[in-house]
Write a protein that binds this ligand. Structure first.
Ligand code: CO
Length: 134
C-alpha cells in the first residue's frame, strides 16, 4: 500500500522567483536545491511538517516540466507517496491496471528511488512512488 504523502511537486517557470514566494508563503527557506540531469529539472525542497514541497523548474525546453507548463501553466504537477517496497508496489499497481511510466525504479531527487504512474490511468493525477535510498 501507499504510505504518507511524501511531497507535492509544483511546476514553476523560475526557481529563484518561486523559492522567494514559497519562502514567504511557508515561512521557511528551502533546505536543498538539486539538479536531476536525467529528468532535465532543477528542484528545491521545503519541509512542511511531516511532508515536503518540491518545486520543479525545467532545465531544458524538452523536459516534461517545460511541456507541462506550456500545456497547463504553473501549478501542482504531481503527488508523491512514500512506499516501503517500491518494486512490490509497482507490481501491485500494474496488476491493478495502472500504467507505469518506468519499468524499473529510477533515481530521483532527494535520495529517492522513484516510479511514476501515468496520469491517464489515475484520473488526471500524476502519481509518484518514492522510497528512500538507505
Ligand atoms: Co517528486
Amino acid at each position: 500500500m501507499l504510505l504518507n504523502i511524501e511531497h507535492i511537486g509544483i511546476a514553476v517557470k523560475s526557481l529563484p522567483d518561486a523559492n522567494a514566494l514559497y519562502t514567504r508563503l511557508l515561512g521557511v527557506a528551502p533546505y536543498k536545491e538539486e539538479s536531476v540531469a536525467s529528468e532535465h529539472v532543477t528542484t528545491s525542497f521545503f519541509k512542511t511538517g511531516e511532508t515536503k514541497i518540491e518545486l520543479l523548474q525545467a532545465s531544458d525546453p524538452n523536459s516534461a516540466i517545460a511541456k507541462f507548463i506550456e500545456k497547463k501553466g504553473e501549478g501542482i504537477h504531481h503527488i508523491a507517496f512514500e512506499v516501503s517496497d517500491i518494486r512490490a508496489e509497482m507490481a501491485r499497481l500494474q496488476a491493478e491496471g495502472f500504467i507505469l511510466l518506468n519499468e524499473e525504479p529510477k533515481r530521483g531527487a532527494d535520495n529517492k528511488l522513484v516510479c511514476f504512474i501515468h496520469p491517464k490511468s489515475a484520473q488526471g493525477v500524476l502519481v509518484e512512488l518514492c522510497q528512500e535510498i538507505k
